[in-house]
Design a protein around this ligand. Structure first.
Ligand code: FES
Length: 145
């Protein structure tokens, strides 16, 4: 794992571009195979959201998959100062490494860290698991920051 800082770096692809798959109710993107993401691990991907490529990440938390936009709710910047490192406290929480905001992995809610961030939640990326593959859909919520 790289120790190089990529703080403030532009969004980058991780693991290749997701492939779009059209459906009647919108577009979804193939992120990867569920079997490749073990419990306690994360995987980043880029997805177009309202015309811009946004870096997102999917986690396997205790056997369930959740995904969020990689954008801290304290300052709108990537949470992983060390690339693809989101888990902290032995995998109990997600953490932004800049000012140590802690987020619940299941809800994305900030439960500790900068006071103005507590109570806010990461922007959830809707997921679908089908035939062992993880698909993501762009979130409908507008970003507040
Ligand atoms: S930018 Fe994430 S805690 Fe400050």
């Amino acid at each position: 794992m790289s120790q190089k800082s990529d703080r403030g770096a532009p969004l980058r692809r991780s693991g290749g571009a997701p492939r779009a798959k059209g459906r009647a109710d919108g577009v979804r993107y193939l992120v990867g195979r569920a079997a490749d993401l073990n419990s306690g691990h994360s995987m980043k991907f880029l997805m177009p959201i309202r015309g811009a490529d946004e870096e997102c990440f999917v986690i396997n938390f205790r056997g369930k998959f959740h995904a969020y936009v990689n954008r801290c709710r304290h300052v709108p910047m990537a949470m992983d100062w060390v690339d693809n490192q989101f888990f902290a406290e032995r995998g109990r929480y997600l953490m932004c490494q800049t000012h140590n905001a802690y987020y619940e992995p299941v809800s994305g809610e900030c439960v500790a860290g900068p006071p103005e961030t507590c109570g806010k939640a990461l922007y959830r990326v809707p997921l679908e698991i089908e035939d062992g593959r993880i698909y993501a859909r762009p979130p409908e919520d507008e970003f507040e920051d």
